[in-house]
Write a new protein. Structure first.
Length: 142
């Protein structure tokens, strides 16, 4: 994890949240991910390079194709902070939500093409790993 973004949660806290999300998503405990905490400029470059979208986004996932290393999750901390403020919950909760969202993408889920399955899983995963509170699932389930 990068410590370049100093306005967000500590690397240690994000590592613990990552372990909690993985334990909730894969109770066998055989999966690992890497997490990059970055800013808008780096996320914009990643989004442009890999998705051909020239703007930052909140979270990106890069599956590895390996059985025990799921892949990489990149979280744009300033973007997450803006979302948290807009949604009226703490930045820490937003990072937890984005981490869970990214892990689900690494596990092969895609909210853009499924029937709401990923968001149902996200709701359960966030609650199981991080407790009650906001879960990042849109009100209309889409």
């Amino acid at each position: 994890m990068s410590s370049a973004v100093r306005t967000g949660p500590s690397v240690r806290r994000v590592a613990a949240w990552t372990e909690a999300a993985l334990a909730a998503a894969d109770p066998r405990g055989k999966s690992a991910v890497s997490v990059l905490l970055c800013g808008d400029a780096r996320m914009r470059r990643l989004n442009r390079e890999f998705r051909k979208i020239d703007r930052p986004t909140d979270v990106l996932s890069f599956p590895s194709g390996e059985p025990t290393f799921l892949g990489d999750v990149a979280i744009d901390v300033p973007y997450a902070a803006r979302q948290a403020k807009k949604r009226r919950h703490p930045l820490e909760r937003e990072v937890q939500i984005l981490l869970a969202h990214g892990v689900l993408h690494l596990l092969g889920h895609d909210h853009e093409t499924d029937d709401g399955t990923m968001f149902r899983l996200q709701k359960r995963l966030v609650r199981k790993a991080f407790g009650p509170g906001p879960d990042g699932v849109p009100e209309d389930g889409e």
